[in-house]
Design a protein around this ligand. Structure first.
Ligand code: NAP
Ligand code: MG
Length: 492
């Protein structure tokens, strides 16, 4: 039977145009309990300490999750050591590369399933997981597969050796993508890993372990242990670990740095940010509005490099804010599994509370608070409307601290020097965006900014060949590109 345009079921959202539902919008089956993946096998884990992972769009539980005990973490580290010394570290780079290519291809083949699962567990719109998270994760494995037999070119004149066993801890905002940023370069260089996903988003990592079994990855090369922050602390503190790679908040990053200090462990930290957009009056304003919206609202502001501070040249400030408000009023907030949704759910009740806490501070600091979307936020689940904070000062808490939500502060500047000074006046230094049609101004500004990444007339553009990472309190070490190999190599 063929369906005509009129027969198709439509999705009704108050105040917005109606579209057909997306084929991606069908939930996937989830095992009711998730344990760990140790030495090539799924294990149920201890009864004690189990917790739930929920769907933040409905606040309903998706599965129970085990919290790894010290013995389980020890078993995972020992399995990784055995695999590193016995198989993976001895294998030729070309052979390791074949496994990475297989992983990348299986991720592509199972892309829809991973996109839906990630959206259910994290709350971000299916458009993001389908078009960004999952394709980029596969690309990282493809990219580092290509490096596995060419590592000598990454350290010219010296011989590359693997570091050993890597302990990797990742956050909830890009669960599968952060996993691929961590695992792909580590494996390409001959290391083995024990990775801890975030407690609110363990599901895509556990499904990824199915792919590892499908491609026949030797047992112990990748191990996954679930649990809360305490599990992460046990893992990074384990004496059998040679390298620690952490992505998460600056506070936890500092704590890990103290734990690792004085040991032989190598360390990389990818931490928080309070990244600025600088929009000059000669910028293509429609594009700039779109870039600013993309940079803070499409992922609910759950992006380490979210462009959360907007710096506008004073002469265009009023017009730009008006344009932003108009565009914000067309943003659909709601069911993340609907392909038309722009703004999904906040990942957890705790994160929503944190954002609301900053909204209270904004009020106390006298900010103008403006919220807009095409429809009201759903009453169930955790949602926060896209928010503009105007009339703020450079010294305000909401301008200085990472909110990690769909909240954009607006400030103005009169000269490029003032724009750069304001953008750099932050303890962080992860990313920045510069918007201007004038090339000299673009390069002059970009070079003066203290940020690991500067995007020109665009934002949130990622490529596995391009290194990503911060300066100052945003961390050190790079992920992606040739620089992403160095933390996983000993060059002798
Ligand atoms: P978080 O609280 O620091 O947690 C990150 C990970 O560390 C989670 O797996 C967490 O476990 C674990 N953890 C917590 N305490 C620990 C401890 N004492 N020792 C070892 N591990 C510990 O950060 P988040 O709230 O999940 O993520 C948001 C932050 O990540 C933001 O600041 C964001 O900017 C940053 N981020 C940075 C990048 C980057 O590339 N620079 C990328 C993405 C995110 P639980 O989840 O179970 O608590
Ligand atoms: Mg969840």
């Amino acid at each position: 039977m063929t369906m005509t345009q009129d027969d198709r079921p439509t999705l009704k959202i108050a105040g917005a145009i109606e579209f057909s539902p997306a084929p991606e919008g069908h939930p996937v089956d989830i095992r009711p309990h998730q344990g760990h993946f140790i030495d090539g096998m799924f294990v149920e884990g201890a009864e004690e300490g189990r917790f739930q992972t929920i769907d933040p769009a409905t606040a309903r539980p998706l599965a129970t999750v085990a919290a790894a005990t010290a013995q389980e973490i020890d078993a995972a580290v020992k399995a990784a050591r055995k695999a590193q010394q016995g198989v993976w570290g001895r294998m030729s780079g070309a052979e390791r590369g074949k496994f990475l290519y297989r992983i990348a291809r299986r991720l592509q083949e199972r892309a829809r399933e991973f996109a839906v699962l990630e959206t259910m567990d994290n709350g971000k719109p299916i458009r993001e997981t389908r078009d960004v998270d999952v394709p980029l994760a596969a690309q990282h494995f493809f990219y580092y597969a290509g490096w596995a037999d060419k590592l000598g070119y990454a350290v010219p004149g010296r011989t590359p050796h693997p570091v050993g066993v890597a302990a990797q801890v990742i956050p909830w905002n890009f669960p599968l993508l952060m996993l691929s940023w961590k695992i792909a370069p580590a494996l390409a260089c001959g290391n083995t890993v024990v990775l801890k996903p975030s407690e609110t988003t363990p599901l895509s990592a556990m499904r990824f372990a199915q792919i590892l079994q499908e491609v026949g990855l030797p047992p112990g090369v990748v191990n996954l242990v679930n649990g809360p922050g305490a599990t992460g602390a046990l893992l990074v503190g384990h004496e059998g670990v040679d390298k620690v790679a952490f992505t998460g908040s600056t506070g936890v990053g500092r704590h890990i740095m103290r734990t690792v200090a004085g040991t032989k462990k190598k360390l990389t930290l990818e931490l928080g940010g309070k990244s600025a957009h600088i929009v000059y009056r000669d910028a293509a304003l429609t594009q700039a509005v779109e870039g600013v919206i993309d940079g803070i609202f499409f992922n609910q502001g759950h992006v380490c490099c979210a462009g959360s501070r907007l710096l506008l040249e004073a002469s265009i400030a009023d017009e730009f804010v008006e344009r932003l408000k108009i565009r914000m009023q067309s943003l659909r907030i709601g069911n993340p599994l609907d392909k038309n949704t722009d703004v999904g759910a906040i990942n957890s009740a705790a994160q929503l509370q944190r954002i609301q806490h900053y909204m209270d501070i904004a009020e106390q600091e006298g900010a103008g608070i403006w919220q807009g979307a095409a429809c009201p936020a759903p009453s169930e689940g955790f949602f926060h409307l896209p928010t503009l904070l105007t009339g703020v000062q450079q010294s305000d808490t909401v301008v200085r601290e990472e909110i990690f939500g769909p909240v954009l502060t607006v400030l103005t500047f009169r000269t490029p020097e003032e724009a750069v000074a304001k953008a750099n006046d932050s303890e962080y230094g992860l990313a920045a965006g510069v918007w201007t049609e004038k090339t000299a101004k673009l390069f002059g500004t970009a070079h003066a900014l203290n940020a690991g990444v500067v995007w020109a007339n665009g934002y949130n553009l990622f490529d596995p060949a391009s290194p990503f990472g911060g300066v100052r309190h945003s961390g050190f070490g790079r992920e992606g590109g040739i620089a992403g190999l160095w933390p996983y190599l000993e060059a002798r």
